[in-house]
Design a protein around this ligand. Structure first.
Ligand SMILES: [Zn+2]
Length: 58
């Protein structure tokens, strides 16, 4: 099942949305976005937990 994530779902003021075939691919897109758009070289555990909770099946 495809997965999706939107930055705004974790309270970011950001229009970014990602879709991918699975959670592994989706996390890759989210990591790239976090690094380039939010200057997060590493996603901390608190943010990671929010991201996991915000990933939805599509
Ligand atoms: Zn964002």
């Amino acid at each position: 099942m495809a997965k999706k994530f939107a930055c705004k779902d974790i309270g970011m003021e950001c229009a970014f949305e990602a879709r991918a075939e699975n959670e592994v691919l989706l996390m890759g897109q989210i990591r790239d976005h976090a690094r380039t758009a939010h200057a997060m070289e590493q996603i901390d555990e608190t943010t990671m937990a929010k991201i996991r909770a915000a990933i939805k099946d599509e």
